[in-house]
Design a protein around this ligand. Sequence first.
Ligand code: MTE
Length: 311
Amino acid sequence: MLIRVRRGWELPESAATPEAVVMGRRAALAAGAALAGGAIAPPALAQSFAPAMRNPRYQPGREVTPERDATNYNNFYEFGSSKSVASAASRLKVSPWSVRFEGLVEQPRELALDDLLKQVQMEERVMRFRCVEAWAMTVPWTGFPVSELVRLAAPKPEAKYVVFQTAAQRDTMPGLRQSWYPWPYSDGCTIEEARNELAFMATGMYGKPLPPQNGAPLRVLYPWKYGFKGSKSVVRVTFQAERPVGYWEKLQASEYGFWANVNPEVAHPRWSQASERLLGTNERVPTRIFNGYGEFVVPLYASLGKERLYY
Ligand code: MTE
């Protein structure tokens, strides 16, 4: 069992009460007591989560969204197409969890999430998130750069794209019975995008483990793209030479494309993207090109003028 207890100065502001650490200790005591009492299997817990130090490089320039709003207004179609999936998603089995690296990698392999997390540097980043449906939130995410995951996967030079696939748990995800959807959910990016410093693998939010409805225990975030590009609850990472077609592109390619970079001037075929509604306050604010992250990502698209970059 791995329980990392950090010192006070290592904790982010948001974790002044380090609930996860307290919970970790309680869980350890409970598990110890259970084992002493003759139980064989320790309880299934998210054991490896610890709050991480905040990285000040990414300043959101906006108020952080109240936690209850960011965790109760979700898109997670595996649990239903409404925004109120938190209760259904609580059935998601998140432990044990492992991630498979495959396709054009030096050595296909499966890593237990706990082992994977021991090999990356965790941090907290407060970043804006923009859904294609024109709502937005600002969240302190805990996790590590996607580039670290790419490093661990060791792709071959021919690998041009990375695909992140969500778990398909038939017994916990009622949405999978809707067979017209292209399960399992997956979407991907170029390897250059995956190596961009902004691309992030989140394991937590608000200084706590990711709740199931937000994609526990591991989800992808591209803060400069529309949120549908980021697969939740990732179990498989595939490296390939061909451009992948994601879940929404398979459903409706004329509305949801491969690049899906945020741009206020390029409307979705059915609605404007000029402004967005902030979860929590419902205030409408202007949308920014690349969701305000242009300084980090503009070079990625310099030679792609003919591509449909913005939806
Ligand atoms: N991943 C999976 N597996 N299933 C989904 O339905 N929805 C996407 C994305 N990732 C989705 C998913 C969409 S459309 C958005 S906007 C975000 O998750 C929503 O993330 P949130 O619920 O944490 O706000």
